[in-house]
Design a protein around this ligand. Structure first.
Ligand code: GLU
Length: 512
């Protein structure tokens, strides 16, 4: 019988999740569903110093928003709980004691000063990376070097100590990664990692391995940054005699900056003005508020599709995948090794695709709700026409309001940036010439209007690239929006003429 696939998403509640962390959750979810397995959410909250209130709720809300349903976890419950590491301390201590008894781990009593002295001494001896390891442990104060009775006395007296793993001197640790193949690391580069800290709390490495084993995790799917930790994890499985139950590993590629080099950071997102958190986050220390993808108008289904392709290659040209398609098609072997350049334009493109296929009723509500909130009168018929027009290019739900409001009210401001290099005396003359024919026009239709405008521009040797942006700003206040000629049709003759005149008054040309 094949064992049931059990994977876990194991975030530390240290703040908002980054998009990379959410992708990890998604890949675990897709893998679990594809194999009719289980997804477990485990909160790795052993690092009290980095614990942030509200972060766990944030994780839960994120998964809920995206429809990444876990089968077990602190909110779902389950038979492998508790699912918060802070509630499992006794378990870790028991296994640590077992390792010490088996000679695979040891007590270390060194003070911070003694540790500093050890590092200084190694540095002086030109050791590049001084560490507590198979060699240096021999001259430190631990249960391997001190007489047994002294150790027992110190433990009884409650002398502060940690428990460290006894890493073998020079052995190769090998493990297989489903994405990267075989990885080999010599224990010579590993240090005797702390398993239990002096406050009795386990470190990430120890708690992570114990829990993966006890929760019968079959596949560990996580970010590439955890590769350097994996040899210690593998060693722990060996020391605990659990090699037979070791999960398979799959380390996901990094998300890279938009320039393509270096890890994507919040600073990059701030610099380019795109979100990096799924949901808005208010930093409890600094009070800084950062809107998330949700607040910027990204749809959960677009986010799922976008994130799924950040590393996974479906092996076809297909780009649009529903959640069900993703579950069917996802294959961990088709996740690449190399980092993925983060392109927000792609996320926008997906959002646009998913917005386009929303029902007219939904799109209509995006516009009319905002109109109502702003107490702007509208007719049903016109609202429908405006929605149809905006739908073609809209990227976010709020575009329906931002680009649609001017069909119902005159602009109250003009986009300076859009006018900056375009608005000049020549353009004004062309638009001036435009008013009379507009007023006289029998059939107020886009192609006819465009024809008139083009010939006027030609007559004055002004490029349409100057005219159109100014006309758009004059009519709508904004530099971007739906097709301009169709917009004019919808606005109607009187409104167009009136708005151009108002614009002339508001933006007189004082020089030629
Ligand atoms: N708690 C770790 C994190 O914050 C989990 C890493 C792992 O999946 O092993 O990402």
């Amino acid at each position: 019988m094949q064992e049931t696939v059990r994977v876990r998403f194991a975030p530390s509640p240290t703040g908002a999740l980054h998009i990379g962390g959410v992708r990890t959750a998604l890949y675990n979810y897709l893998f679990a569903r594809k194999h009719q397995g289980k997804l477990i959410v485990r909160i790795e909250d052993t690092d009290q110093a980095r614990f942030v209130a509200g972060a766990e709720a944030y994780i839960v809300n994120t998964l809920q928003w995206l429809g990444i349903e876990a089968d077990e976890g602190p909110t779902q419950g389950g038979t492998y709980g508790p699912y918060r590491q802070s509630e499992r301390k006794a378990i870790y201590q028991r296994y640590a004691a077992q390792l010490v008894a088996a000679g695979k781990a040891y007590y270390a009593f060194d003070t911070p000063e003694e540790l500093d002295a050890m590092r200084a001494r190694l540095k002086a001896a030109r050791v590049a990376a001084p560490q507590y390891n198979a060699i240096s442990r021999g001259w430190m104060r631990n249960s391997l070097t001190l007489p047994q009775e002294e150790v027992a006395d110190m433990l009884r007296a409650g002398v502060p100590h940690v428990i460290r793993i006894k890493v073998p001197h020079q052995e190769d640790i090998r493990f297989h990664d489903l994405i990267r193949g075989w990885i080999k690391v010599s224990t010579a580069v590993l240090d005797d990692k702390i398993l239990i800290k002096s406050d009795g709390i386990p470190t990430y490495h120890f708690a992570n391995v114990i829990d993966d084993y006890l929760m019968e995790i079959t596949h560990v799917i996580r970010g590439e940054e955890w590769i350097p930790s994996t040899p210690i994890h593998v060693l722990l499985y060996q020391c605990l005699g659990w090699e037979g139950s070791m999960p398979q590993f799959a380390h996901l590629p990094l998300l890279l900056k938009p320039e393509g080099t270096g890890k994507l950071s919040k600073r990059d997102a701030d610099k380019y003005g795109f979100p990096i958190f799924p949901l808005a986050w208010q930093d409890p220390d600094t009070g800084e508020y950062t809107p998330g993808f949700r607040e910027k108008g990204y749809l959960p289904e677009a986010m799922l599709n976008f994130m799924a392709l950040l590393g996974w290659n479906p092996g076809s040209q297909q780009e649009i995948f529903s959640k069900e398609d993703l579950i069917r098609s996802f294959a961990i072997e088709r996740v690449g090794k190399s980092g993925i350049r983060f392109a927000i334009q792609k996320a926008e493109w997906f959002n646009q695709q998913y917005l386009k296929v929303k029902s007219d009723k939904t799109l209509f509500a995006y516009l009319t709700q905002a109109l109502e909130e702003n107490k702007i009168a509208y007719t049903h018929e016109k609202a429908i026409q405006v929605c149809q027009l905006i739908k073609e290019r809209a990227v976010f739900p709020q575009d329906f309001w931002q680009q649609g409001r001017h069909f119902f009210v005159q602009p109250d401001a003009y986009d300076d940036k859009a006018l900056e290099t375009k608005w000049n005396a020549q353009v004004r003359l062309v638009l001036q010439d435009f008013i009379a024919p507009l007023e006289a026009l029998q059939s107020f239709q886009g192609d006819v209007i465009k024809g008139i405008l083009t010939s006027l521009a030609v007559a004055r040797s002004v490029k349409m690239g100057f005219i159109m942006p100014v006309l758009r700003v004059a009519l709508t206040g904004s530099g971007t929006g739906p097709d301009l000629m169709q917009s004019m049709e919808l606005l109607g003759r009187e409104e167009c003429v009136a708005r151009i005149k108002t614009f002339f008054l508001a933006r007189p040309i004082t020089h030629t």
